[in-house]
Design a protein around this ligand. Structure first.
Ligand SMILES: [Zn+2]
Ligand SMILES: [Zn+2]
Ligand SMILES: [Zn+2]
Length: 514
């Protein structure tokens, strides 16, 4: 750490950049409010890395007298603008906003596992599993194969066996976990790039069909009609999407069986006797192995020639891969700890699992490099992608297929930067637990009560309600996004790191005191 930057961590900046930043802050210190007013404004936006800059304000108009009174005016703020957090979930775009999203996702997942936030603790006793749904193979990729602590060769095979492109089919390496070749195809020319991106595009539909099929299998196992099953139980779930190194999406899902009680009792109730976790697990396995999504007709007709994923039983339909990792969750014995499990931090199974799932909620394609941060707008961009060759080929496959007649419905060009995947990264059934909206409303309510007193009237989203007989007139003008000087951006980033560190210390102290 360079001297003079106490407790602040970041990559070292060139000395010139720091000198410019210092000059900028001296300039700001001379303006009304000084640096202090700016710090308060940036803190109010949660130290967001790219806050929206808004000019304007809010007036209160008395509906009887017509008297207008300004209550918020950006002219009183530094630079005459109000800073509003960008609110992204993606850690690569704005770490502080993504951190807020991750904490909400954590609370949402945990409440569905073990109760809290309005969900009864008894949900922890319902039949519940954690499942990972993977994509099928679109060609062999380098992989680390570990079983029982032993690392096995990647793709053992015959010594002289070569593919049509003259490359060796076998790979006898025992790859390290951080080997950059992991996920790369053994032969890129053999890898079915078209199949891979179409599978990504169809994954949300495959999931939708899986949830329907799952109910059908459950009804059969119990021996009732689907309508009757719907009257007895409800399948609740939360899932997050993650990209594997080979560029295919897979889903991690918590799936829970609830009773379908119409009574006024708040939150999910236990399912009736006879609905066991074994039954749920069997139904998921059957559904996952049987369900498929049809390919768009032009692809189905053309699927004869290509490799891997297009032949055999997937000739005109795509299904899940053969690997289905299913773990039965038994969280009923856990109580008490409200702490967050960040990686190794949580020693509580529900918190650890929630921490694991929430981590994926803030990610997308960033593990492949910064080159896929925004949608691809033109074919010219395809030649300058700042990503590994394998990922670039996936992006180009999206662009090429997306331009073909009859395939517009897959949205492959629009989602080329997501390797064809156009679905959400976090989805849940309505009754899984609480909602992001409710969590945000609770946070806003807490902030507004602290600011305006506990008697302040709030709406269901936690916004302050105007007094009786007052109409609110808000007029805002968008002035841009991000900070206007490098010094501001640098200082906000440092403060965000410090705020995160302070939260971590506070959490550890809480844990130590418990
Ligand atoms: Zn932000
Ligand atoms: Zn290998
Ligand atoms: Zn080959």
């Amino acid at each position: 750490m360079p001297p003079g930057r106490l407790g602040m961590t970041s990559a070292p900046e060139p000395a010139g950049a720091l000198a410019v930043a210092v000059a900028e802050w001296c300039e700001r210190a001379r303006r009304p409010g000084g640096v202090g007013a700016w710090l308060r404004a940036a803190e109010g936006a949660g130290w967001c890395a790219h806050p929206v800059r808004l000019a304007g304000g809010v007036d209160h108009a008395d509906t009887r007298t017509g008297e207008v009174r300004p209550v918020v005016d950006s002219r009183a703020e530094p630079d005459g603008v109000l800073l509003k957090a960008c609110g992204t979930r993606r850690a690569a775009r704005c770490p502080p906003c993504a951190e807020v999203y991750r904490r909400d996702a954590f609370q949402l997942v945990r409440a569905g596992l073990a109760g809290g936030k309005g969900v009864p603790e008894s949900v922890g006793t319902h039949p519940m599993v954690f499942v990972t749904f993977t994509a099928p193979s679109f060609g062999p990729v380098h992989a680390r194969r570990e079983r029982g602590g032993t690392v096995h060769p990647c793709h053992p095979g015959k010594l002289g066996d070569h593919c049509a492109h003259g490359r060796r089919r076998a790979c006898w390496h025992r790859h390290d976990g951080d080997d950059p070749i992991l996920g790369e195809p053994v032969c890129a020319d053999c890898f079915d790039y078209d199949g891979a991106v179409v599978w990504n595009a169809l994954a949300p539909e495959l999931w939708r069909r899986t949830t329907i099929y799952l109910r059908r299998v459950l009804a059969r196992l119990v021996g009732v009609s689907r309508a009757e099953l719907g009257r007895r139980v409800r399948v609740s779930y939360l899932k997050v999407a993650e990209f594997q190194r080979r560029g295919l999406v897979h889903y991690h899902a918590v799936i829970r069986l609830d009773g379908h009680d119409q009574s006024a009792e708040p939150g999910p109730v236990a399912p009736p006797d006879g609905f066991t976790v074994e039954m749920l697990a069997q139904a998921i396995r059957e559904a996952a192995s049987a369900v498929t999504a049809p390919l768009p007709l032009p692809l189905a007709l053309a699927s004869g020639g290509a490799g891997g994923g297009w032949v055999g039983p997937r000739l005109i339909r795509f299904g899940w891969g053969e690997q289905l990792d299913l773990r039965v969750l038994n969280l009923s014995a856990d109580h008490g700890d409200q702490g967050e499990g960040e990686g190794d931090g949580g020693d509580w199974p529900a918190a650890r699992l929630a921490g694991y799932v929430a981590k994926y909620a803030t990610k997308a394609t960033e593990s492949f490099g910064a080159g896929l941060d925004r949608p691809i707008r033109s074919a010219a961009e395809l030649d300058h992608l700042d990503v590994p060759d394998h990922v670039a080929r996936l992006v180009r496959a999206c662009w090429e297929l997306g331009g073909r007649a009859g395939l517009a419905g897959l949205g492959l060009r629009r989602w080329a930067h997501m390797l064809g995947y156009g679905g959400h990264f976090t989805t849940k059934s309505r009754r899984y637990s609480t909602t992001f909206r409710a969590l945000r409303a609770a946070r806003r309510s807490w902030q507004n009560r602290r600011r305006h007193g506990s008697a302040v009237a709030l709406d269901r989203d936690g916004h302050v309600l105007p007094p009786e007989g007052v109409a609110v007139v808000a007029l805002w003008e968008y002035r841009g996004s991000g900070y206007t000087t490098a010094g501001d951006a640098w200082l906000a980033a440092q403060m965000a790191v410090q705020a995160r560190e302070m939260r971590r210390v506070a959490r550890e102290e809480l844990r130590g005191a418990a």
